[in-house]
Design a protein. Structure first.
Length: 173
């Protein structure tokens, strides 16, 4: 029987990526991503819910993440869900569900963390072997100019977006 374990999120980093190495030398990087969900309740009041996700990257992807991403950066993360269990120092059993990252796209231009305007989109994926590289596989950069051709939604079709609504000073970590 077929099964699927896939996670895709777009949000803002809640903290700078933390780079570590396992005893055998493998790079591992962990960070948090906050996502917002907005909706109108039956009375027409705007409601908002923020979710916090733990993300882990391994090997070369971990090293790239640590160099590129910073707290507040907007990012698309793709990977699989994994739950770890361990016994804490106090003797209690602990669990943590996290996204094991396989691909990501940095949605904030380099050096522009916290700015509302997105000029470019940079896609980063796990490195491929040299035989897999071709010009067709290379990501294309999209500019804000390309996106400005869309007409705005009508008032009754107004979309609620979760773009820049996370107050980074209120994130508890």
């Amino acid at each position: 029987m077929f099964s699927l374990n896939r996670a895709q999120i777009v949000g803002h980093l809640t903290r700078d990526p933390e780079m570590r190495y396992t005893p055998n030398g493998q790079a591992v990087c962990s960070f948090g991503v906050a996502t917002n969900r907005r909706w109108r309740d039956k009375d027409g009041n705007l409601q908002e819910q923020t979710e916090f996700h733990n993300v882990v990257a391994w090997r070369k992807l971990a090293e790239i993440v640590a160099q590129i991403l910073k707290k507040g950066a907007r990012v698309y993360v793709e990977g699989r869900l994994q739950t770890r269990s361990w016994e804490g120092q106090d003797g209690n059993k602990r669990n943590r569900t996290e996204i094991v990252m396989e691909n990501f796209i940095a949605l904030t231009p380099k050096g522009a963390v916290g700015e509302a305007v997105v000029d470019e989109v940079e896609e980063i994926t796990a490195p491929k072997s040299s035989t897999d590289e071709s010009t067709e596989d290379k990501p294309k950069k999209t500019t804000a100019k390309d996106k400005s051709d869309k007409t705005p939604p009508k008032k009754d079709e107004e979309l609620i977006e979760d773009d820049e609504n996370i107050d980074l000073d209120n994130i508890p970590f």
